[in-house]
Design a protein around this ligand. Structure first.
Ligand code: MSP
Length: 479
């Protein structure tokens, strides 16, 4: 019997297109790309989705500010996201935009289902709305009358909305999260979500009357769907909800949804409740990583410390940026990044570490073995823990393991002194170099989800009939 391939469906948030991508968006998307590449390598039937969130008052305002037609504006900014991902070596299987008709169609079906479920009703809402948040905010959450995240005064809104009976899902969601059936990682985030649920869930508005830039409710064209409800559904519409039943059934539920901690309430509470209401399974796991600061400060346009990932890629290369972001901060924790830190790691770990080892080993193979190592099969070190760490989203741990192995290999070369040994015991030098070639090959395999381009260069060099020293360094030193 042919065993069935395991499926693996991974998503990132869909990013707002009010501005071009920055290093924080890149972080999440790189992490998801690494997991997707790892699962493809493991032979899983993998589907990796990312995309852009293009409706809502905030986006309409951003377009207006630029004096642009909204559609034209979102087309431009969305293209900047896909361009940046391409530059970073990120290869999603699909990129969804919420202004696409496939999404709008699926959202319509979803909304009708939701209405049929009897879990929505018409009501009136009065409250405070934080526009950059695209969410209602409680009076008790304000600091000096301002939204603590955006330092802006929320708008007082009194309007007619359609509501979703989130309050009815209190115990079901609590059970789901508490039992780990919906796994929330790291544990601190799970506890945060549990505490929030225990405060009591309130019904939520799922539509807005005065937001024109959005998808109209199928039964009330004066209202558009609340942007968050619509956006969450992208994870289903992209895999064919409502029109490609086979594909949808194949991939849903999502295996891992990666994001930062800022949006876990939407994903760990509202999202599973909406899914339960329409009779679909909640996602299996939500992984919420931490927030980056740049030089110790929040990433913000006003501060002027927004880093465009393209600038780093142009200077250091995609693999170096991917390596740096995942190595620098343990995934799940907050951390600080800067170009100085990138440069330090680039020179120490990549130019002097991996790049140097590759150059040393291939140079010696060329010089002492005339480029021919013969068969190399078994690496002298077991690196299977590396992929296991990546699989647990402990990227820094897996990378540390690889770099410990690189130091080990450097030491081995220093101690064996092949340049002297070759005069007296050439057979020993051959054995050493065969081992080192096997080790480097294994390093390339294990690193390939994180550094696909570099891994390919190393693998092809070692696979070639005659191994030669590299024409140029893998990572030229940057002063
Ligand atoms: N459009 C919503 C998400 C809808 S998903 C159904 C949204 N968009 S966003 O553009 O604000 O993206 C938020 C996400 O961007 C975070 O969850 C995280 O993945 C990433 N990051 C944004 N800033 C970041 C940092 N400073 N640090 C780390 N990640 C950051 O929310």
């Amino acid at each position: 019997m042919v065993s069935e391939r395991k499926k693996f469906y991974i998503t990132t948030p869909i990013y707002y297109v009010n501005d071009k991508p920055h290093i924080g968006h890149a972080y999440t998307t790189i992490a998801a790309d690494v997991l997707a590449r790892l699962h493809r390598q493991l032979g899983d039937d993998t589907w990796f989705l990312t995309g852009t969130d293009e409706h809502g008052a905030n986006i309409a305002k951003a377009a207006e500010k630029k004096g642009k037609d909204v559609k034209e504006f979102v087309d431009e900014v969305s293209a900047k996201f896909s361009f940046a991902w391409d530059q970073l070596g990120i290869a999603p299987d699909d990129f969804i935009r919420t202004t696409e008709s496939r999404h709008e169609r699926a959202v319509n079906i979803f909304l009708n289902k939701l209405k049929e479920s009897g879990k929505i009703y018409e009501g009136e809402y009065e409250g405070l709305y934080c526009v950059p948040h695209e969410a209602f905010i409680k009076e008790s959450d304000l600091v000096n009358g301002l939204c603590p995240d955006h330092k802006l005064k929320p708008e007082r809104i009194r309007e007619k909305n359609w509501f979703f009976k989130l309050s009815e899902y209190q115990s079901e969601i609590l059970e789901l999260v508490d039992s780990g059936k919906l796994l929330i990682q790291p544990a601190t985030r799970k506890n945060e979500v549990l505490a929030f649920i225990q405060q009591g869930l309130e019904d939520i508005a799922i539509s807005r009357p005065n937001v024109k830039w959005g998808i109209p409710l199928p039964w009330d064209s004066n209202q558009t769907v609340y942007v968050w409800v619509e956006a969450l559904f992208n994870y289903c519409s992209a895999i064919g909800y409502g029109f490609d039943e086979e594909k949808f059934r194949k991939y849903w539920p999502a295996d891992v949804q990666v994001m930062a901690k800022d949006i876990i309430k939407f994903h760990c509470i509202i999202w599973p409740a909406l899914l339960l209401a329409i009779g679909e399974e909640p996602p299996r796991e939500i992984f919420a990583h931490g927030f980056f600061t740049v030089d110790g400060q929040k990433i913000s346009k006003t501060i002027g410390n927004v880093i465009d990932p393209n600038e780093w890629v142009d200077k250091y290369g995609a693999d170096a940026v991917r390596y740096f972001l995942l190595r620098e901060v343990p995934f799940g924790q907050d951390g600080d990044v800067s170009e100085q830190k990138l440069k330090t790691r680039y020179n120490a770990d990549l130019a002097n570490g991996l790049g140097n080892l590759f150059s040393r080993v291939t140079t010696m193979i060329e010089k002492y073995l005339d480029g021919d190592v013969g068969e190399f099969i078994k690496s002298p070190r077991d690196l299977s823990e590396v992929s296991e760490s990546f699989n647990r989203l402990e990227f820094d741990k897996g990378l540390v393991e690889v770099w410990e192995t690189i130091s080990w290999a450097d030491n081995l070369i220093e101690q064996s002194k092949p340049w002297e040994l070759v005069k007296t015991e050439p057979a020993k030098v051959k054995e050493l170099l065969v081992n080192l070639a096997a080790l480097l090959y294994d390093i390339a395999l294990k690193l390939s989800p994180v550094m696909p381009e570099t891994a390919q260069i190393i693998k092809s060099a070692l696979e070639s009939e005659k191994i030669t020293k590299p024409a140029q360094p893998l990572f030229p030193k940057i002063e």
